[in-house]
Design a protein. Structure first.
Length: 79
């Protein structure tokens, strides 16, 4: 009814959730002016590209009017 736990070949894998480090990571570096400007420009470029593709693609998504006159050949009109 109860299964016995088999030994794990790599004990550190099974104990990874219990491991706590006493070493604190170094504080994150603040972004410089150039890095902040570059990230802002990339973000604006992506947003402008999405907005432009939406504006240019909207006419293609609109349903077109069906032609009022049905297309028939001239040969069928003479009968």
């Amino acid at each position: 009814m109860f299964l016995r736990r088999e030994p794990v070949p790599f004990a550190f894998v099974s104990e990874a959730d219990r491991f706590r480090s006493n070493v604190t990571p170094p504080p994150r570096e603040r972004l410089g002016w150039t890095q902040l400007a570059a990230r802002t420009l990339v973000g604006l470029t992506v947003v402008a590209g999405l907005a432009g593709s939406l504006l240019l693609g909207m006419p293609a998504l609109q349903p077109s009017k069906a032609p009022e006159k049905s297309q028939q050949s001239e040969a069928s009109q003479g009968r």
